[in-house]
Design a protein around this ligand. Sequence first.
Ligand code: UTP
Length: 288
Amino acid sequence: NDMIKKAIFPVGGLGTRFLPATKAMPKEMLPIVDKPLIQYAVEEAVDAGIEEFIFVTGRNKYAIEDHFDHSFELEETLQAKGKTNALKTIRDMIHQPGAVSYVRQQDPSGLGHAVWCARHLINDEPVAILLADDLILGKSCMAEMIATYKGGNMVAVMDVPKSDTQSYGIVTPSADDGHIVNVSGLIEKPPPENAPSTIAIVGRYIIEPGVFDQLDSQEFGTGNEVQLTDALAHRIGKVPFQGLRFSGERFDCGSKIGFLQANIAFAMSRDDLENRLQNWIFKRFSKP
Ligand code: UTP
């Protein structure tokens, strides 16, 4: 699917659930083991063939720009000290000149508003959107989506407990083969009694240009924010809309429990940490 070469990373949120950690630092720079959340999302996009990276930033987000740029003093120092592995780690993550753009979202008016702020960088083409706080361990979720995408709008979906629907955008399925869900309706954060299903959207989208036209109207929805879900819902019936159940394991790193679980799961998937961490947890927390 050669059409999808651009990805938008909305990083303009306030991250209030992680205060005070996020007072002077963006939530997306919180590390899972030794890598910030935003870098996992960028690497997932690279694995999906994305070549242009658009960050929609807000206040206190300079650390993200610095993270994806050269750090000449650091590189020189590592070189002088012969720390070649560390040097390679930071050099490998630098993209082609011009491949990374930053757009500023002046007010955090919602995810739909953040995406709309990138409209001038998108032509008549589908574009990927990745939310770094939804971290996916395993195969690149965006690569799976792009491989399946046949036009219109697509979201990554997963089944959630009925009691949790209020934390997600929830879809109404018109067909569901256990892998691809055809979507005939969408609602943002419904209470369980109003939820049309327990199939929830996680933070991966492929959107068609019509969504930007819809976002032009700037309708405020749930939480008095411009919701991407609302704009997508308006496009149902006009273009195809599918949900993809992805193969990886998703962690909600916008919540404390999800962030802690992600740190443990990612550490346990690493040869250099697995044994020592497992032994320590076992000793420290097993009851005598
Ligand atoms: P969240 O709903 O997690 O909000 O945003 P938040 O502000 O980041 O965090 P809390 O709830 O206050 O702790 C979901 C995603 O949408 C982006 C966020 O950066 C995050 O990736 N976002 C949200 C924006 O870019 N702009 C916004 O106005 C709102």
